[in-house]
Design a binder for this molecule. Structure first.
Ligand code: HEC
Length: 161
């Protein structure tokens, strides 16, 4: 009797401190994504992508691809387009009935529409970086150069290059 009582008490004490901890790392008592308090990056710190220029408020009509003519640009642009843009715009830029596209209202633009054909390359670059309407921006996924590569590939799809 006494032995099992001691055992029970020891077990109780051993386990009672553990209720907040879970072997599953996802469920531990730490701050979760977007949970307060959020920590700001230290002042003057630079992200691993470097200190990036902000093109959002610049005149898109004046922005030009600084990498034009770079070797392999269209190949890399196609590769990136097929990762980041296909889910909503389709491989040829005209499809907007993919399972992802159907979730959007308005539906993703047909990249061959006159309104899109009239955008300058700088305006397309801005749409890719910062999004437009309900389309999300990709500036956290793509470097400036990569966004220009996708832009060049979009122009190629539109047969403007
Ligand atoms: C998650 C879905 C989604 C993805 C992925 C996506 N788009 Fe879009 N895109 C949209 C939607 C939705 C619109 C229409 C936005 C609106 O009118 O509110 C749009 C519109 C556009 C337009 C037209 C903008 C205008 O002003 O007429 C361009 C150009 C464009 N997308 C290019 C791209 C490129 C290039 C990529 C890949 C980097 C991309 N999109 C990835 C959903 C997406």
């Amino acid at each position: 009797m006494r032995v099992s009582a001691v055992l029970g008490l020891t077990l109780f004490l051993a386990l009672s401190g553990c209720e907040n901890y879970d072997l599953d790392l996802h469920d531990q008592v730490s701050y979760k994504i977007q949970e307060y308090p959020r920590f700001r990056p230290p002042e003057n710190s630079v992200t691993i992508a470097g200190d990036r220029a902000d093109y959002e408020n610049e005149d898109g009509a004046l922005l030009v691809n600084p990498h034009l003519g770079a070797k392999g640009m269209l190949e890399r642009g196609k590769e990136l387009y097929n990762i980041y843009c296909i889910p909503c715009h389709g491989a040829d830029g005209t499809t907007n009935n993919t399972p992802v596209a159907e979730k959007f209202d308005p539906r993703p633009a047909n990249l061959m529409d006159d309104a899109v054909l009239e955008l300058t390359e700088g305006e397309i670059f801005q749409r890719i970086m910062y999004g437009t309407g309900v389309m999300p921006g990709y500036k956290t996924d793509l470097s400036d150069e990569e966004a220009w590569e996708v832009t060049a590939y979009v122009l190629k799809l539109q047969k403007r290059e």
